[in-house]
Write a protein that binds this ligand. Sequence first.
Ligand code: 5GP
Ligand code: MN
Length: 324
Amino acid sequence: MTPDALANERAAAAKALQEADEIAVSCHIKPDGDALGSAVGFVRAAVAAGKSVTLSFGEPFELPDYFSLLSLDQLVRPEDFPAAPEVMITFDAADRSRLGSLAEASAAARTLIVVDHHVTNDGFGDINLIDGTASASALLTFDLIRALGWPIDPEGALGLLMGIVTDTGRFQYSNTDARTFRVAAELVEAGAHPERIGQMVYENAPFGFLAVAAAVQNRTVLEADISLVWSELLSSDLAAAGIEAVEAEGLIDHIRVAREADVAILLTETAEGTKASLRSRATVDVGALASTFGGGGHARAAGFTFEGPAAVVIERVREYLRDR
Ligand code: 5GP
Ligand code: MN
């Protein structure tokens, strides 16, 4: 989207939101810090502006513990979300299917506003604020709130800063630009405390996580000929350690440190099949690789869920990497 087109969409979104009495707010399923952090940042501002707000996300209705840091007063179960909202706004969802069980509500919404930073997003809203150059959806959310002239309180600022911190890997990924630091600075000025995010998101695992991480690391395979490092997180690892799947997120960051590989993949055994997290250092566009499995994401970070075993996934990945 060109800057002019984006500015037009932002103005249209601001108008629709100003005129609405009730706003339904959502983000992608299995929310990460950017998805729910952006949503909470927006919700705080909308509530302060006098709007009646409902926040939810599609099944499964469960969250990693670190989200207890955020103010979630408006959060309701997906079945209690309006079936046909007057105005609905989604954060960080690259396509309608990423809304899971709220996809139908988004299709029935009178006005759907999509705020996202995935380059693959083709604009499934009536109004689309999509900017693939933004390091986090939280940056676009910040710009929208400013365009509305709504206040950003410390709780809202904390949500938006969580989005930036998590989607930039603590300000270290290639998407971390000057604009990212400028918005982060404004959020700290608005009252967000970075150390609360650091401690809650990155230093807050149950003890059993260490055993799960050890099992996953021990199972890691390096395929140097195709510059791939990968591992599996098994349901039995979680059962043995007595922890839930949501408490074992982020293990891809343990795998990707191997400098011998450009591509790092963690395959997680789930009820639906295999969930894949993909990262790349420099060369392979893992978003394109994920899209061959019906998933997506960014060039350096992507994901998908495959209805089949890990062995099938990894064999198809090998073929893809060999043929490129
Ligand atoms: P993660 O590995 O942290 O779950 O996801 C990394 C990136 O890939 C995120 O930007 C996320 O939006 C994207 N992603 C993860 N899973 C999926 C998926 O199933 N479909 C799509 N389209 N994107 C995904
Ligand atoms: Mn994001």
